[in-house]
Design a protein around this ligand. Structure first.
Ligand SMILES: NC(=O)c1ccc[n+]([C@@H]2O[C@H](COP(=O)([O-])OP(=O)(O)OC[C@H]3O[C@@H](n4cnc5c(N)ncnc54)[C@H](OP(=O)(O)O)[C@@H]3O)[C@@H](O)[C@H]2O)c1
Length: 264
């Protein structure tokens, strides 16, 4: 087989992964980690695409950029159509887009809850809807939802964000068995603290913080392997998981220590 036809045949069989929420942080690092694997194509989506465009220029044969706003179902449907038009297949989607704002009780803001639910939770629901029929017809594929260890239990100042992530974990637990009946794996990624524009908003110590490239490599290693949950980093992830099982007096004794001295 000559080099050109070998490249064509590799492209026909190599998996295509769509990362949504990919222009910075963990999503962009995932695109880089996937492109570092010798085969497979990567589609990166988010509202802004400037950082992704640099990757697409460098890996024009393996990388596509499609702008998406997850709050707009039509933009997700159009992006899915563009992916199928270019590659003729989609094997995996990583639903990673989210926003984060800490909120104090003094600034309690229903509009913030609504906005984060629209992006973080409904954005994932609409992402699943964009690919659901395709994966079920294919009777295979992998759908990964980026939730968070912040979804394991309620933490001070994180009510709007934490609620969206708890909802995502519940969504994934609910849908995984039915998707599995169709040969489709629905999985959840639960990161701890990762240094990204999102955590740049925090002004407190973040234990176990890792770099996005480290998180992305761990996630990419776990792709296609068994297991429902991808916990990164695992040590801090398990500490957070254990918090959820503490009796409430002990749980609140610990989480009260996260309150700031300047809070009334
Ligand atoms: N960093 C952490 O410590 C941490 C911990 C646990 C979980 N996570 C989760 O990991 C994921 C990635 O977060 P990150 O830390 O890498 O933050 P990030 O750098 O802020 O990345 C968020 C991405 O989502 C995109 N996005 C936001 N709103 C969108 C929308 N409406 N439509 C499409 N894309 C949208 C952003 O691009 P545009 O704004 O250009 O659209 C950006 O590419 C999130 O789900 C986050 O909740 C992060």
């Amino acid at each position: 087989m000559n080099t050109a036809s070998k490249a064509d045949s590799d492209r026909a069989t190599a998996p295509v992964t769509w990362v949504i929420g990919a222009n910075s942080g963990i999503g962009l690092a995932l695109v880089d980690a996937l492109l570092a694997v010798p085969t497979g194509s990567v589609v990166g989506s988010s509202r802004r695409t400037d950082a992704l465009a640099i990757r697409a220029d460098a890996y024009s044969a393996r990388c596509q950029v499609v702008s998406v706003d997850v709050t707009d179902a039509a933009s997700l449907a159009a992006a899915f159509a563009a992916i199928m038009a270019r590659w003729g297949r989609l094997d995996r989607v990583i639903l990673n887009a989210a926003e984060y704002e800490p909120m104090r009780l003094a600034a309690f803001d229903p509009a913030l809850f609504a906005r984060l639910m629209a992006v973080n939770f409904m954005g994932v629901v609409q992402g699943i809807e964009a690919v659901r029929a395709h994966f079920i017809a294919a009777q295979q594929g992998e759908i990964l939802i980026t939730a968070s260890v912040a979804g394991f239990c309620g933490l001070p100042y994180a009510a709007p964000y934490g609620a969206t992530k708890a909802a995502l974990i519940s969504l994934a637990e609910s849908l995984a068995p039915e998707f599995a009946q169709h040969g489709v794996r629905l999985r959840v990624i639960n990161p701890g603290f990762v240094r990204t524009p999102m955590t740049d908003k925090n002004d407190f110590d973040m234990p176990g913080m890792i770099e996005p490239a480290v998180a992305a490599r761990a996630i990419v290693r776990a792709l296609g392997r068994p297991g429902f949950e991808i916990l990164v980093p695992r040590g801090f992830g398990w500490v957070m998981k254990c918090l959820r099982f503490l009796p409430y007096p002990l749980f609140f004794a610990l989480t009260r220590r996260l309150l700031r001295a300047d809070t009334p």
